[in-house]
Design a protein around this ligand. Structure first.
Ligand SMILES: [Zn+2]
Length: 323
């Protein structure tokens, strides 16, 4: 599909220059091309658009999204898209340059993160804030300035809001039936509402003193915010997997896990598990490493082939490990 689109445009260089304004649909009655950075959003966007657009997903299954860099062909597809859909809030670190230049070249960019209230992460957890003096010191600490957390998909209620906004924007594309998109979006939002209730059920048996998470990096902030959990630390103490970890960090976190009697550390499928395993062996006491589909959908048969499947599977694993 994309190959056809590209060669069609290569045949008419003059028309391609105008194509930033006119869409593929306007040019030849074809469906508009919607290019999506992450495979999680690729699934969501495909559910909303159905057969109304040709959807291309940039990041393959299992790729690490903070690092992922586009091929020349993918960069071209992003630049020529009738709509480029991104997670945003700095999530796609390896694609920032391509997203910026695609936007400058006239590709309309839709950011999911821009549709919802973002949480801020300061690099500090509650333990540190209980002490008044630390709090004052933290205000002068560069690290405490805070960054917007981009991992919004871990909260299905925020995703539902973003989906509604996306459907409205997608309905403006040339060659689509806005009514069809609107009703597909409404049906999907209902599924997201069901997912939200299902996750709450899956976590219902976890007692309040065990509603704490240690994750591989700071990826489940919105999930914790939505379902009354507390992230007390991360193996990589950062919003990105592109951050370093010191032996002292691991030792301090191991102490905290022992102190709280936590049964599990949550790894993620798109990152090596060595650091989480190292933390687990530092803790001892049979703490287990439970893998979650945090930043990519899973292969066929994983149960995480779709956004809804992935979220439900994660909740089942978290609920099972903590209850
Ligand atoms: Zn991340």
């Amino acid at each position: 599909m994309v190959g056809v689109l590209t060669s069609c445009r290569d045949d008419s260089d003059g028309a391609a220059a105008v194509a930033t304004e006119g869409s593929a649909a306007a040019a030849g009655g074809a469906r508009p091309s919607v290019v999506v950075t992450t495979n999680i959003l690729g699934d969501v966007v495909s559910e909303v658009l159905g057969d109304q657009a040709a959807v291309e997903v940039i990041m393959p299954l299992g790729s690490a999204p903070h690092d992922f860099a586009a091929s020349a062909r993918q960069a071209e597809a992003m630049t020529r898209a009738d709509l480029l859909v991104v997670n945003g809030a700095g999530f796609e670190e390896g694609l920032l340059g391509v997203i910026d230049s695609a936007g400058e070249a006239g590709a309309p960019v839709f950011s999911f993160a821009e549709q919802v209230d973002l949480l801020e992460f300061t690099g500090e957890h509650d333990e540190h804030e209980e002490d008044g003096e630390d709090d004052e010191e933290a205000e002068h600490d560069e690290q405490a300035e805070g960054s917007d957390d981009p991992h919004i998909w871990t909260d299905p209620s925020r995703m539902a809001q973003a989906v509604a906004a996306f459907a409205e924007r997608a309905g403006e594309l040339d060659g689509v039936d806005a009514g069809v998109i609107e009703s597909q979006a409404a049906a999907y939002v209902e599924e997201l509402d069901d997912l939200d209730a299902e996750i709450e059920d899956l976590l219902a048996d976890v007692p309040s003193e065990r509603r704490v998470l240690v994750t591989n990096h700071e990826v489940f902030g919105y999930f914790a915010d939505r379902y009354d959990l507390e992230v007390i630390g991360a193996v990589i103490p950062s919003l990105t997997t592109n951050a370093s970890v010191s032996a002292a960090d691991i030792e301090a976190l191991a102490g905290l896990i022992r102190e709280r009697g936590m049964p599990a550390i949550f790894g993620e499928t798109t990152q090596p598990t060595q650091l989480a395993e190292a933390l687990a062996s530092e803790v001892g006491d049979g703490v287990e490493v439970v893998e979650l589909f945090a930043e990519s959908l899973g292969e066929d048969g994983s149960g995480a082939e779709t956004y809804i499947g992935m979220m439900s599977l994660n909740a089942e694993r978290i609920g099972g490990a903590l209850a």
